[in-house]
Design a protein around this ligand. Structure first.
Ligand SMILES: [Zn+2]
Length: 334
């Protein structure tokens, strides 16, 4: 089973680019850019990567953004992730980012947009990997900042796959961003949102009713609301579930407690992703293996979720068929 998962063709739909920055990369960039960090050795930094709570995780994630000083740095971080994709046979990936952090550091919006777009162009050419990136509004900064971000991004909309909503969820429901996301839809851009990770099922309803999402990130709290589960099964609105992220942020005590088997059994359109793989110490393959080895999800369930990920991606139809054929062929040969 482990080998089957390792070599299986995969699609990733929920991964934050700076969340793929390993301690080694952070260390190298800090030194390369003469950015003083409080850790005296790589070992110290690695130890700090093993965070104990959300604040420590966010602090380390933000430190990762601060050692990035050029488009080339961000491009390199992204290319390092693509090399991991090659190792794990991830053939299509849609990654989260934000422009706000870098705009606040004094860079123009195209800093992030050019770096990530350039990385995707080269990933396709060098590795055949397709996908794109999805800047997110940082929800705890509020709707006025989101509006500003949108104005900054719209001139580059052809390079953007979707726009999302991320960061501190509780207290910042999607409804606060209703008018801004209406403009995102008007611009013909897909909408995604983190919802129902830490905040209750109401936030998922708000993502559906107030900002008309094309896909939900996490969504695990939907199980608390029977009507919502019914709606999600009926519409097959995708939920991108990130098992080790949920464990690291203490939503479940242990991977064996994860509710993914129940979600799958109910017929929800769920698939597995890695969220912040360097920080949670698990890339896509490790997340899938974690679920396969520690829960009741069967091999058929793993294959079903791999198909769900393809179906739920923003790839065009011909690419989806290619990805599906590649997966079906692999399953037949295995
Ligand atoms: Zn996320």
């Amino acid at each position: 089973m482990k080998e089957f998962i390792e070599k299986m063709p995969k699609v990733e739909l929920h991964m934050h680019v700076e969340g793929s920055m390993e301690a080694e990369t952070l260390w190298e960039l800090a030194h390369h850019n003469n950015y003083k960090i409080e850790y005296n050795s790589i070992e110290e930094l690695k130890a700090a990567y093993k965070f104990n709570n959300l604040t420590e995780f966010i602090d380390m994630y933000m430190l990762g953004t601060r050692v990035i000083k050029s488009e080339q740095d961000l491009y390199d971080v992204c290319m390092t992730y693509f090399k991991k994709c090659v190792e794990q046979n991830i053939q299509h990936t849609e990654i989260h980012s934000d422009i706000r952090t870098y705009v606040d550091y004094g860079y123009p919006p195209e800093f992030v947009i050019n770096a990530l777009h350039g990385a995707f162009v080269d990933a396709k050419e060098n590795y055949g990997i397709t996908g794109g990136f999805m800047p997110c509004f940082i929800r705890h900064l509020g709707n006025d900042v989101a509006k500003e971000d949108l104005d900054l991004m719209l001139p580059f909309k052809d390079k953007i796959l979707a726009i999302g909503l991320s960061a501190v969820e509780v207290g910042f429901p999607p409804s606060l961003f209703k008018d801004t996301f209406a403009k995102v839809h008007d611009a013909g851009i897909k909408v995604i949102a983190h919802a129902g990770e830490e905040a209750p099922a109401d936030y998922i309803w708000s993502a559906i009713n107030d900002i008309n999402v094309d896909r939900i990130d996490h969504g695990i709290r939907c199980l608390d609301d029977e009507k919502l589960v019914e709606y999600l099964v009926e519409t097959q609105l995708p939920l991108t579930v990130c098992p080790y992220s949920n464990v690291a942020l203490k939503i479940f005590d242990d991977i064996s407690q994860h509710t993914l088997p129940i979600m799958l059994e109910k017929g929800l359109n769920v698939s597995i992703h890695s969220d912040d793989p360097a920080h949670f110490n698990a890339y896509l393959t490790e997340n899938i293996i974690g679920i396969a080895e520690n829960t009741s999800v069967s091999k058929e369930g793993i294959i079903q979720m791999a198909k769900n990920a393809i179906k739920s991606s923003f790839a065009d139809n011909s690419r989806k068929i290619e990805l599906l054929n590649s997966l079906n062929q692999y399953v037949m040969d295995a």
